[in-house]
Design a binder for this molecule. Structure first.
Ligand code: PLP
Length: 311
């Protein structure tokens, strides 16, 4: 753990820090939380969520995008409600994520529904659909979180997408382009190359192709060494590209990790838990100043058995 680090979008005091040699989240000693709730335990800082939201909105203010939190990064209802209350939308990739977002108060018009592999029921829920492009760009990040390279399963090469764009689709209204080239992007250049690819694709289509979803991937500086680009740096570079585009686009950004993560497991931690080795899932706690509350209880052995069919 690297308690002194900051998130990529906020410059404020790190919410996890040592005080008298005891690690704290805001003003609460983690020891107190682990004594009360046990370990392993996911602990989130309300202040860092707030600061990250404000920083993300400020960074992109000039472009007025719909900022959609990528629900895959964490689907805790209290956390989703925090985002909904801040007027964020939600990037959902399954009926289940849409269900969670709606339970948290997401407005249907502020949900971007994308992702690979849809059931028939899920496909019927979609209306306006951006086409996910594969721009053939490989950011220098961990190979498991590269999604924009030619070998990646995500998205269509622009020439194939173009054929789909020209075809008739009874249930779908195709109106935009979508890219997401990977997570923990260590530099802005690959995203800008992908952006150019999406803009070229859109430019050749009629003016009602007015939506551009540029995905997420804004990095969190997990390690003290090196330096990752900040969200304002990404936003500035993106704005410069969009300014040169001949028409105004409805922009969507889908940050996950950069809104949530402080230290190692703020994002994707709980989402990636499983019952492997028959471990009940951990609890989650939200800290605000010197108070805290349980926002998901620790599972019990009964939860391990919940879906069993009794003989
Ligand atoms: C399509 C899409 N959008 C957004 C995200 C969020 O990415 P990050 O958490 O790196 O911001 C992901 C992550 O996998 C994704 O696949």
């Amino acid at each position: 753990m690297f308690p002194a680090q900051r998130t990529s979008c906020s410059n404020e005091r790190p919410p996890f820090r040592y005080h008298h040699n005891r690690l704290h989240c805001e003003s609460v000693a983690l020891e107190q939380l682990t004594t009360e709730y046990g370990t392993p335990l996911y602990v989130y800082s309300a202040e860092s969520l707030r600061a990250n939201i404000v920083a993300m909105q400020a960074a992109f203010a000039a472009l007025q995008p719909l900022i959609c939190f990528a629900v895959k990064a964490n689907d805790n209802l209290v956390i989703l409600r925090t985002f909904a209350a801040a007027r964020l939308g939600f990037d959902v990739v399954s009926g289940g994520e849409l269900h969670r977002a709606q339970l948290a108060g997401a407005q249907p018009g502020r949900c971007a529904f994308a992702g690979a592999g849809k059931t028939d029921a899920e496909s019927r829920r979609k209306q306006r659909v951006p086409l996910r492009l594969n721009p053939g760009v490989t950011p220098d990040t961990h190979r498991y979180i590269v999604t924009g390279s030619a070998e990646s399963k995500f998205g269509l090469p622009p020439e194939d997408a173009r054929r789909l764009a020209d075809a008739q689709w009874p249930n779908l209204v195709l109106r935009g382009a979508h890219i997401h080239i990977g997570s923990e992007l260590p530099e802005t250049a690959p995203l800008l190359t992908a952006l150019d690819c999406a803009l070229e694709f859109l430019e050749a289509l009629p003016a009602n192709w007015d939506t551009l979803d540029i995905g997420g991937g804004f990095p969190v500086q997990y390690r003290p060494e090196g330096s990752m680009p900040t969200v304002p740096e990404f936003a500035k570079a993106i704005a410069a590209r969009l300014q040169a585009f001949p028409r105004r686009l409805r922009l969507i950004v889908e940050p996950g990790r950069s809104l949530l993560a402080v230290m190692d497991v703020g994002a994707y931690g709980y989402s990636m838990t499983s019952h492997y080795n028959a471990h009940p899932r951990p609890a989650e706690v939200l800290v605000k100043g010197d108070s805290y509350r349980l926002i998901r209880r620790r599972e019990s052995y009964a939860d391990l058995n919940a879906a069993d069919v009794r003989e």
